[in-house]
Design a protein. Structure first.
Length: 166
């Protein structure tokens, strides 16, 4: 007759030590992967907002402005609004298309657009006109996660945007 009916305390401790060791190895890699996915998702969200603002400008037949505020996490944000009076600022009563705060751990460290066509990127906003074209030629928004990985969303004068790794 076999008297073994389960695990000994020693066997259980060995299994628990192996599980703890494997978890210790996997967690840092998972955190970096998670931060990378959050960065990618945020870059695609910025791209989507630019395309939504462009579509909205065509739909309403007027200007839609997209404003970016550089910062980390909640301090960084971006919004799009219908600019009814053409002053490129969000005034009381002007409809908001979208307003988004950055997720934790994402840094919007550069948001520049060339509004005057001079080739210098010194403005934090762009706008789309009724034909979907933008004054924010050669502009881009740059994002990074806490591990230093960076991505950017590039906008051209025709109103098209794309996401790039840096």
């Amino acid at each position: 007759m076999d008297k073994s009916r389960g695990m000994t305390l020693m066997e259980l401790m060995v299994v628990m030590a192996l599980v703890a060791l494997l978890a210790g190895i996997a967690v840092p890699g998972f955190r970096q992967w998670n931060a990378s996915q959050r960065l990618s998702s945020t870059a695609w969200d910025v791209h989507l907002l630019l395309q939504t603002a462009r579509s909205e400008a065509i739909k309403v037949g007027g200007d839609v402005v997209v404003v970016f505020t550089e910062g980390v996490g909640d301090a960084g944000n971006y919004m799009a609004f219908i600019d009814e009076n053409g002053d490129r600022t969000h005034d009381t009563g002007e409809p908001t298309v979208a307003s988004v705060r950055l997720p934790t751990g994402i840094d919007m460290f550069r948001a520049r657009f060339d509004l005057a066509g001079s080739g210098t990127q010194d403005k934090d906003r762009t706008h789309f006109g009724s034909y979907g074209l933008t004054t924010g030629r050669n502009g881009n928004v740059q994002l990074r996660n806490k591990y230093g990985k960076s991505m950017r969303v590039v906008l051209n004068g025709a109103g098209s945007s794309r996401v790039e790794s840096m």
